[in-house]
Design a protein around this ligand. Structure first.
Ligand SMILES: *Cc1c(COP(=O)(O)O)cnc(C)c1O
Length: 450
């Protein structure tokens, strides 16, 4: 179903302007380098102050998280994930792909974030608690200096039950928003796209969340959710395509990562670049984190986004400047992928515009490769991630073996520094996947031929 005219141009004209598009439309694995990337961080419509505000808000909520979610006690109510070195996996990738990574390969285990087991535990939970705080303060039930443990009292649950929250999701955002909203006492509705896994729907229903299922993809679920919520003045819709709150919730990861790197005595500076590879759906998660990382590390950090070959919406939006004025289906790409967290056909234009000058590039990955990474990571490191969460693993391979990757390193005067570089893969989800589902994924990875 290729659309004839996309923003005034035929598909042939788009391909003429951006030859890489042909390859992307053929769903072949692609590396695209952003020529517009600038080295230094600058405030945009959002600032470093906005990130600090978000960080302080999460700090205020930490005592609440400790009482409401037992698993956050060991981090004093801070929802954060481990950063680990994956030496065996590194060796395996070097052997399989004939590359030499030279220095350290790290995995950021958002797969093991408390409460909802994915990167969405950053943005989704932040957006909900921000709304809860606003309501409680406005109604004179809470002040910023109170201990927020009171929010777990029945009186607060009663209060929040007058309000509802809705969200559209391919699964993980629904899990994070659903779990925290239900716990606070809100009425919550999750509009799920066809890609959403059955177990995610059932888990939410078991927590009293209303789940509405759609036969179509993520954009439709968001659109319907937005429409239904707009007719209800007591309903707050968390809009994954436009939310600054989600974005800022994600951005807080950066200063915490900086601290983790320091604890591991890993230096990031002019001579020691940091390369970060982040799975991307609509763009909010990887975008918010990149925004924060650029604020912390400026030109010393290089961020690349990873998408499935069948859902390369962020790549196309950035490359062509179309932002959200198209869907991948317009270019004849079906948006069908096993990477359910990344099954998005239209990117966020808000995030797209924020990213323009911060993003180093995007690459796409075949589904089968995700399964291979999955079983290899399980075998070598005993770490179990969901398919979407493995997309970043192809990043260092592409950067070091693709000629466009080499050109990037040359252009940014990076070649002589690769011995001192750190590669960090953002592992975005996995530990809530039921065992039998994970076993199926693992077997698919085992069967594959490289
Ligand atoms: C949502 C999600 C992402 C990407 O986040 P976006 O904000 O949609 O770009 C990556 N990995 C997993 C596992 C996710 O659930």
């Amino acid at each position: 179903m290729v659309k004839e005219i996309i923003e005034g141009k035929s598909v042939e004209e788009w391909i003429e302007g951006y030859p890489l598009l042909k390859r992307i439309m053929d769903t072949e694995e692609t590396l695209w380098i952003n020529q517009k990337v600038t080295t230094e961080y600058e405030d945009t419509s959002l600032t470093g102050q906005d990130i600090s505000d978000a960080s302080e808000r999460l700090q205020r909520f930490a005592p609440y998280f400790e009482v409401a979610f037992n698993e956050t006690v060991k981090t004093n109510g801070i929802i954060e994930s481990p950063l680990v070195e994956i030496k065996n996996m590194k060796t395996c990738m070097e052997k399989d792909y004939g590359i030499d990574l030279k220095t350290m390969l790290l995995l950021k285990c958002d797969s093991h974030l408390p409460i909802s087991g994915s990167i969405k535990a950053r943005g989704g939970i932040y957006a909900v608690v921000k709304y809860a705080e606003e309501l409680a303060v406005k109604h004179n039930l809470l002040s910023y200096s109170d201990s927020y443990t009171v929010l777990d009292d029945p009186a607060f649950k009663q209060f929040f039950s007058q309000f509802s929250i809705a969200v559209g999701s391919t699964g993980n955002l629904g899990l994070s928003v659903g779990i925290i909203s239900a716990r606070l006492g809100f009425k919550v509705t999750v509009h799920m796209s066809a890609d959403a896994k059955q177990w995610k729907k059932e888990l939410l229903q078991s927590k009293g969340v209303r789940v509405i299922e759609y036969q179509s993809d993520y954009s439709k679920a968001v659109e319907e959710g937005r429409k239904q919520a707009s007719s209800d003045p007591t309903c707050y819709f968390i809009d994954d395509e436009n939310s600054k709150d989600l974005f800022l919730g994600y951005s807080v990861a950066a200063s915490r990562l900086k601290q983790q790197l320091e604890e591991m005595r890993i230096v990031v500076d002019t001579e020691h670049p940091l390369f970060v590879y982040l799975p991307c759906g609509v763009g909010g998660g990887p975008g918010g984190i990149t925004f924060g990382l650029k604020k912390e590390f400026g030109g010393h950090v290089h961020c690349f986004f990873a998408e499935p070959t069948h859902s390369p919406c962020f790549l196309i939006g950035q490359m062509t400047g179309l932002q959200d004025q198209f869907s991948v289906q317009d270019f004849g790409i079906d948006n069908r992928t096993d990477a359910d967290g990344l099954a998005v056909g239209r990117p966020s234009s808000f995030v797209g515009k924020e990213m323009g000058h911060l993003l180093s590039g995007c690459f796409t990955v075949q589904d089968q490769r995700l399964y291979t990474f999955l079983s290899e990571l399980a075998d070598r490191e005993q770490l179990y991630l969901e398919p979407s969460a493995l997309a970043g693993f192809f990043g260092p391979i592409q950067l070091l073996s693709h000629h466009e990757g080499q050109n990037y390193l040359i252009k940014h005067n990076m070649q002589g520094k690769m011995n001192n570089a750190t590669h960090l893969i953002w592992g975005t989800g996995g530990n809530m996947v039921p065992e039998e589902v994970m076993e199926e994924y693992y077997q698919k990875g085992k069967k594959s031929i490289r």
